[in-house]
Design a protein around this ligand. Sequence first.
Ligand code: KG4
Ligand code: ZN
Length: 332
Amino acid sequence: MLLAIETSCDETGVALFSEQGKLLHHLLYSQVAIHSPFGGIVPEIASRKQLEVLMPLIKKLLNETGVSFEKLKGICVTFGPGLIGSLLVGVSLAKALSFVLKIPLIAVDHLQAHLFSIFLEKEISFPYIGLVVSGGHTALFVVNSWEEYLLLGHTRDDAAGEAFDKVAKLLNLSYPGGPIISKIAEKGDKRAINFPRPLLEDNSFDFSFSGLKTSVLNYLKTHSEFKIEDICASFEEAVCEVLVEKSIKAGLKLNIPRLVITGGVASNKRLRELFYEKTEKTNLKVYFPSLSFCTDNAAMVGIVGYFKWKKNIIDGLEKEPYSRAIFKKFSF
Ligand code: KG4
Ligand code: ZN
């Protein structure tokens, strides 16, 4: 069996896979309630809590599946990108287990884990256009194989999830902002306010969301009366339109008919609806992981780790975690 660990941000995830690559069980310890009063993640609190909960969570996972440490044949763990303190908690424990149990250590990239999370539930043919849209990243890729995923474009400033979180803060809503904005938006008019669609007409596949957040701030400053439902709906529509249009443009331009949308923001109801709506009359097919596999989890780490383990792509104990994303760019 393979053990997978995810601690790149505030969440702590563990998962167990069989040697045939089947997900047997996974658990998540969420810190949302801890960070919510701060309006965002406090890195020091996140890593201290992970230090406390990771080992008990692994023991719970093994207990619930009746598996002993001796049965493990490999440890897969997120090496980056992410918060370095949090990454170090997962990586250090994975290295210790790998050393003590004399089993391979398999380094998994967090973006790669999101991009391939769809394989937990479906087999998708290569190539596909992969969008990772979360609190830390908004990046569009051409995924050619398990080993090759090339960057088409990414955000020049804030990630889409970050924009949701910052706008929620402006509106005095709780953290994380995405789910709450989405809930309030259901009762609003998405055409009420014409917020900008950043870089929509731009020729590149890059994104930019910090100007959109500033537009919401300016709107709040210049209007003494407003309906929060309309602000949420109009803001959400602007974000979703940009994500949908850019992904579709990539699929059509590169003649790749499969779009795979992953990451925390991929759980957004309006985003899913708009993707289905806009691709209805095209030859493009859109795929989303289930909601629990969109936000951070260890199952997606395990699915990539399993592939690497099978191919004997393993790492030594000297490999260090990294906080910044490492991209291989697509050449047009
Ligand atoms: O993938 P994830 O769990 O963590 C990162 O790798 O960043 O994504 C978390 C982000 C947060 O910014 C959160 O506000 C956003 O995903 N999010 C949503 C929704 N659910 C989570 N954004 C919009 N709509 C949602 N329903
Ligand atoms: Zn993530």
